[in-house]
Design a protein around this ligand. Sequence first.
Ligand code: GDP
Length: 285
Amino acid sequence: MRTIQWYPGHMAKAKKQVQTNLRLVDIIFEIVDARVPLASRNPVLDQIIQQKPRLVILNKADLADPAVNQAWVQYFQQQQLPAIAIDSQHHQRLKVIEQQAQQILAPKIARQQAKGVKNSTIRAMCIGIPNVGKSTILNRLVRKNVAQTGNHPGVTKKPQWLKAGKQLELLDTPGILWPKFEDQLVGKKLALTGAIKDSLFYADDVALYALDFFTQHYPNRLQERYHLSAADLALATPDLLMKLTTALGMKEDYDRASERLLFDCRKGKLGRYTLDQIGEAKTDD
Ligand code: GDP
């Protein structure tokens, strides 16, 4: 995984690029990770795109808790932000994206039709922080490998339009913006899902967060996967990490045990989970 280090100049450049391309599109596809629908949002996107029509796409829904995916979709919809949850990697038909865009832009399309425009095209661009699946969605929609998976914000070139549906055209370069890394909890959530570079965090910090989270929300999965008892899960989290290390046969190598736990969480070995809780939405967003 290539990851970007965000510096102020770099952030300004990425923002400017999005602002420039914004003028070219009718609608924004804001891509977030369904496991962290708030933590994976860029902090200033609202301010950048202002009133531009938007569809929030909760991607990687296959990795998120199916019981809460829909609740998150509703959360955005309640904020007047149309939203859908998808799995772009395995989803056969992403037509729903074009259908949603058509619905959102229906008044505009109707106005154009009234003026005699028959086949109006919808122009869109994907925007999001690194690793949420922008390139995967783009590639799937245009059905060829045109978007480079990888992150190169601020590289300017002439915008190109790719046919992504009957009426939909996509900008070939997704807008890449930075995550909310100044917030420690958000940082840990992003690290746990693999969205930000490991070296930005101590593995044991993120592992302690993961143990806390799974003990609270999915205790059985921890017990089953690592052969822990209910009494183990009642331990203070650092003690639970020690227990886990022993259970994994790693003696006192807490770093290695932490890395294993993070690996397992990222690979879905502990099942599907959503780290952002609806209840946190007001304070977190
Ligand atoms: P970008 O940085 O936003 O362009 O993200 P990418 O498209 O490069 O995707 C980052 C990683 O997430 C890649 O390893 C993809 O294969 C994976 N990925 C993208 N979409 C999905 C999805 O819906 N489900 C799952 N499980 N993985 C996905």
